[in-house]
Write a protein that binds this ligand. Structure first.
Ligand code: EPU
Length: 339
């Protein structure tokens, strides 16, 4: 990998920060080192970065707010890309709202509320960026991001072009979207909101904020760890299994909400894996229910072709290392996505 970075720098004229700690890119605050990290300010630079990294064999991971990502202790050898200036803009005219992918969801909720546009207030309390919320179709129990989205514009890395698709072509599901299967970077979205009195929107924001603050803990976490099984709450199952307060190393299951794991600052990915296993096993034994991860684990295995078949593995089409062996990606959450 080492000679790849000078090649990347000379081909693009860009200098990613090298060997930075992944802890500051995830709200859980765990992880080893990143090969490189860069912020791109416009879509031309994004294309150059993705194309060049692809040619050289550097895996690319697009970051939103990092509020649903878990990195491993081994780190990530590829390039983390954050979307800068161009992607932080909001344009509102009438009830038409166009927002960049990097806009923090809370800021977008405030802006649309101020413009008397209703829809996003139901997402109050969800951190992260609009791009991340679309990628994951973030939501509360009774509402999800997809319902407020009219269309999404993204960079399709496979075709090397910018594409806009309406929401009904984006395969939104529960905490999931078609972007989990695409090599793509979400750039912006047009929203579908409806005019409403500001006071009404504000009342909804306040009520939801209050509910969140009384049911979810502050501190270093990635929100809900597991998806809710059909008609059940994963948090309640973990609670009823008697697991609140259970710790492994620096990671503890919150006493307030069973689906939140809190890092006291010392947690490692090994702690995370062990606590996830304990929760899964206990809930399975007690209720016969399999919990599925909701958070995304970013982990890669290089040259995996030599290591035999990989569980949940998927070959990264066309990407080969210096010795012409294919890269693979390994997804234990089933949701990891490199482009
Ligand atoms: N409950 C317990 N014990 C707990 C946690 C919850 O008994 O430890 C009970 C609650 O009292 C309530 C029910 O379970 O009766 C549901 O709890 P809550 O309203 O907190 O919702 P949830 O299903 O646990 C979902 C989302 C959250 C979102 C909340 C609030 C998922 C996996 N979780 O949680 O999303 O904030 O609704 O709308 O869909 C996230 O995506 O990261 C996330 C936190």
């Amino acid at each position: 990998m080492d000679n790849k970075w000078p090649a990347f720098e000379s081909k693009t004229g860009l200098a990613p920060a090298r060997g930075v700690s992944l802890r500051r890119f995830s709200s859980l605050g765990i992880g080893g080192l990143a090969g490189g990290a860069i912020t791109v300010d416009d879509d031309r630079t994004l294309r150059t970065v993705v194309r060049t990294a692809g040619e050289i064999g550097i895996p690319v991971k697009i970051l939103g707010g990092g509020t649903n990502l878990v990195f491993t202790d081994d780190g990530f050898s590829g390039l983390l890309v954050r979307l800068g200036e161009q992607f932080k803009k909001i344009e509102i005219s009438g009830d038409r709202v166009l927002s960049g992918a990097s806009v923090p969801l809370p800021a977008l909720i405030t802006r649309t509320m101020e413009s008397g546009l209703s829809g996003l207030e139901k997402l109050t309390g969800i951190p992260g960026t609009l791009g991340g919320a679309i990628y994951q179709n973030s939501g509360a129990r009774d509402y999800e991001t997809a319902r407020a989205v009219a269309s999404v514009t993204f960079f399709d890395a496979g075709r090397d072009e910018i594409v806009t698709l309406p929401a009904d072509r984006l395969e939104f599901g529960y905490r999931s979207s078609g972007f989990h299967r695409r090599r793509a970077a979400i750039l912006s979205a047009e929203l579908r909101l409806t005019p409403a009195p500001r006071e009404e929107i504000m009342a909804e924001v306040t009520a939801r904020m209050k509910y969140r603050n009384s049911t979810q803990p502050p501190g270093r976490s990635v929100g809900c760890i597991f998806k809710n099984p059909p008609d059940k709450s994963a948090g309640r199952l973990i609670d009823e299994a008697g697991l609140k307060g259970r710790s492994v190393g620096g990671l503890t299951i919150s006493g307030l909400h069973g689906n939140f794991f809190l890092n006291d600052g010392r947690a490692t990915f090994r702690d995370f894996e062990e606590l996830v296993a304990i929760a899964r096993e206990t809930v399975k034994n007690k209720f016969g229910i399999d919990l599925e991860l909701e958070v995304e684990i970013v982990r890669e295995i290089q040259n995996a072709a030599d290591d035999g078949p990989i569980q949940n593995g998927k070959s990264v089409a066309g990407r080969r290392d210096a010795e012409n062996r294919p890269f693979r990606r390994w997804k234990i959450s089933g949701e990891g996505n490199f482009i």
